[in-house]
Write a protein of this length. Structure first.
Length: 440
């Protein structure tokens, strides 16, 4: 499912069940659906209702392609996608990438009430991706759970009164990237402990009733599982550390002047971070697009006339085409997700949409958002212990130099030149071997 080097951000679209849709809006939309799923394609029809109530002949059909599309509108439908099916496709690949030593991020984005929390957390009768991932991962790991509410970070697992919890600072480590200072880390040795932490954090999360959803998440929640695997590499004990970020974003909703001041501030902060997320995604997509077109121009040039390569690459790198600045730090959410967006992580974006005719505009905007995200190319790498990596690289260098030495011996070079080169190569080999012995 994932490519090993550059990894495009995976985009998935999910449709929610009709019960919720019909119960809240049936009077408005009559339960008509604007969305269809056909294999990896989502089709959205703009049903313009004329004044008489008939269907306008100008109805428009738009089509979007994603890595996976799921239809979970009617359980009786033979194409109905259950939570288990979604887990088998997405959760299992998240776990296998983490076990290989990659950082992984899975985040749900979509209109309020469209099924983000249902997908990420689920309900007691129908568990979502996060508890399923916790249940399967029986290795020793550590977990943390935070929420971003009104641009402030709160620890969801610190105990005590939610409103008395201090907000935590986000800092940036030069190598490990952004992190939350003083966020509690909880070592768990089985899935039951991880599940308990997850439930504790969910209970502490801030929700409120909005027009579209009685228990709308008013904060972005990030549940992180960090695995540390002890391995033996080249007979050396080593560690591979990988991180899984499971993100349930807050729902966006248009501001209503009848809301209280607190609710309006909350809404504007949610919108601010979602808008920044949108800007970051667009800028990254544009940069990835630019890099890939540079690469393809260069490869076409190198296949054709070799002299073109230099001129092309210099005009592209030195000329007007600059990579966009990515405003990660404009919101806490994008700052914390910096690595997951365009960095060292395999990332899956799950876009949830309502199939209702009444949600046409929001659904279309979510589909466009996800299409942009699909163009982002991340650069995941296995998180190796730096000392072990150095030893491995030195050993590789020793092998390379040894084979060079052998090559010189085989060739019949003039004895003096050969001796000179052999001498300096042998010296480098010796130095590297000494370094390796020193490090063991
Ligand atoms: N595929 C589904 N099958 C059954 N019920 C669903 C499905 N998707 C969503 N629901 C139900 O719809 C309601 C709203 O879903 P959910 O809370 O996941 O929305 P949300 O996108 O997280 O909303 P918000 O952004 O406001 O927090 C919930 O009661 C949820 O259980």
């Amino acid at each position: 499912m994932f490519s090993l080097n550059n990894s495009p951000l995976q985009t998935i679209v999910l449709n929610l069940q009709p019960q919720f849709l019909l119960s809240s809006r049936e009077s408005l939309d009559g339960g008509r659906l604007a969305v269809q799923v056909d294999d990896k394609f989502v089709k959205i029809r703009n049903l313009k209702v004329s004044l008489e109530g008939g269907v306008d002949s100008r109805e428009k059909l738009l089509e979007f392609c994603f890595d996976y599309c799921y239809w979970s509108v009617d359980p009786a439908d033979p194409h109905y996608a259950s939570q288990e099916e979604v887990f088998q496709d997405l959760g299992v690949s998240v776990l296998s990438a983490a076990s290989e030593g990659y950082n992984v991020c899975l985040f749900a984005y979509g209109q309020t009430g469209s099924g983000k929390t249902y997908t990420m957390m689920g309900t007691p009768d129908s568990t979502g991706l996060t508890p399923r991932i916790c249940r399967v991962s029986d290795a020793i790991c550590s977990c943390s759970f935070l929420e971003i509410y009104n641009e402030r970070v709160r620890d969801l697992l610190r105990g005590g009164e939610q409103k008395n919890r201090p907000s935590l600072r986000v800092r940036e480590h030069p190598e490990k990237g952004p992190y939350v200072q003083d966020l509690s880390q909880h070592v768990v040795s089985d899935c039951k402990q991880a599940m308990d932490l997850l439930e504790e954090g969910i209970a502490n999360r801030i929700t409120a009733a909005t027009h579209n959803h009685d228990a709308s998440s008013r904060s972005h929640a990030i549940f992180t599982i960090q695995y540390t695997q002890a391995i033996l590499e080249n007979n050396l004990p080593s560690e591979i550390v990988s991180k899984i970020n499971l993100v349930d974003l807050a729902g966006s909703e248009r501001a209503d002047p009848n809301y209280s001041r607190d609710r309006l501030t909350e809404g504007s902060n949610i919108n601010k971070s979602l808008v920044t997320l949108g800007i970051v995604i667009s800028a990254l997509a544009q940069n990835s697009h630019m890099s890939s077109s540079c690469q393809s121009i260069n490869s076409v040039a190198s296949e054709g006339d070799g002299s073109m390569v230099g001129s092309n690459s210099s005009s592209l790198s030195g000329g007007g085409r600059r990579h966009c600045f990515i405003p990660y730090r404009d919101s806490v959410l994008t700052w914390l997700l910096k690595d997951s967006l365009g960095g060292n992580s395999k990332t899956i974006m799950v876009a949830t949409v309502s199939p209702s005719v009444n949600c046409y505009n929001e659904t279309l905007s979510t589909l466009r958002y996800a299409t942009h995200a699909r163009n982002i190319v991340n650069k995941p790498r296995v998180n190796e212990d730096p000392n072990v990596r150095l030893i491995r690289e030195l050993r590789e260098e020793i092998d390379r130099l040894k084979s060079m030495l052998l090559g010189f011996e085989m060739r019949n070079l003039s004895p003096s030149l050969s001796d000179e080169r052999d001498g300096s190569l042998s010296e480098i080999v010796l130095q590297n071997e000494l370094k390796v012995t020193h490090m063991l």
